[in-house]
Design a protein around this ligand. Structure first.
Ligand SMILES: CSC[C@@H](O)[C@@H](O)C(=O)COP(=O)(O)O
Ligand SMILES: [Zn+2]
Length: 259
């Protein structure tokens, strides 16, 4: 791991602004820990601010991270021919960068995302297990649920999905090493160009948005994605399954009755 020459690397992670990525990543991960989305060392998130990418270290309890633990790299200074040899503008002294780094970078470079969140949410894992039991299905599909309207139609598209539209999230198989997921995540992005998320079987989910707020909370207009909405849908789907209810239904024909 090489480090590029920057006069004062620590300046890159020093700010009193709580919205600065070096402050936001630890506070988001602490919040995600309370939701069960990051557990132990699993899960995490990364933020891109223009050309700068902020990343957590690997193998640390993500909810206990500090701004001084954060890595910073310059996206344009990475050599696409040598993906494994990344150069960092700023590295904490005793860690390695998150194993999720190449997956986060895929969201930034291939989708222009400003934030990518990786959770180990129970609901995400359970959905992938239910799909495994349903013939190892490679896509989660759900329609006719109001919350679907919270999702944009897709990368570069204007507007949101409608109530009767089908939300599709591809599922990739887990690999023993997180980095090895990258090629499958990239292939899923190609196959499902509109998706804002990729489920990883028996592991969790990667979700991205064009900025941190869109990735995390907003859900009311195009090109916005909500990890909260997504986790809500995963939970709903698991509970629908427990009740014997299908995720895809054909109720578009049923018009509301006026008395
Ligand atoms: C419980 S270990 C989990 C890791 O292998 C991985 O899945 C993960 O999400 C976090 O990797 P990390 O390198 O610690 O950022
Ligand atoms: Zn993980």
């Amino acid at each position: 791991m090489a480090e590029a020459a920057v006069e004062n690397p620590d300046q890159l992670i020093t700010s009193t602004d709580p919205e600065h990525p070096a402050n936001l990543i630890p506070s988001l991960c602490a919040k995600f820990w309370t939701l069960g989305w990051v557990t132990g060392t699993g899960g995490g998130c990364s933020i891109r601010d223009d050309n700068l990418v902020y990343l957590a270290p690997s193998g640390v309890q993500k909810e206990l991270m500090k701004p001084t633990d954060i890595y910073v790299l310059s996206l344009k200074d990475q050599d696409p021919a040598h993906k494994q040899q990344r150069t960092y503008l700023r590295s904490p002294p005793t860690y390695k960068p998150s194993q999720c780094t190449p997956l986060f970078l895929a969201a930034f470079t291939r989708r222009g995302a400003g934030c990518c969140i990786h959770t180990h949410s129970h609901w995400a894992v359970l959905v992938t297990l239910l799909l495994e039991a349903k013939g190892n299905s490679k896509v989660f599909e759900i329609n006719n649920i109001e919350q679907i309207k919270g999702f944009g139609k897709g990368f570069g598209k204007v507007g949101n999905l409608g109530y009767h539209d089908t939300l599709r999230i591809p599922v990739i198989e887990n690999t023993p090493h997180e980095e090895d997921l990258t090629e499958y995540l990239e292939a899923a992005m190609e196959e499902y160009p509109d998706t804002y998320a990729v489920l990883v079987r028996r592991h969790g989910v990667y979700v991205w948005g064009d900025n941190v707020h869109k990735a995390k909370t907003q859900c009311e207009s195009a090109d916005k994605v909500s990890i909260y909405s997504l986790d809500y849908l995963f939970q709903l789907a698991v509970e629908m399954h427990q009740l014997g209810l299908p995720w895809i239904s054909d109720i578009a024909q049923i018009a509301p009755q006026r008395s």
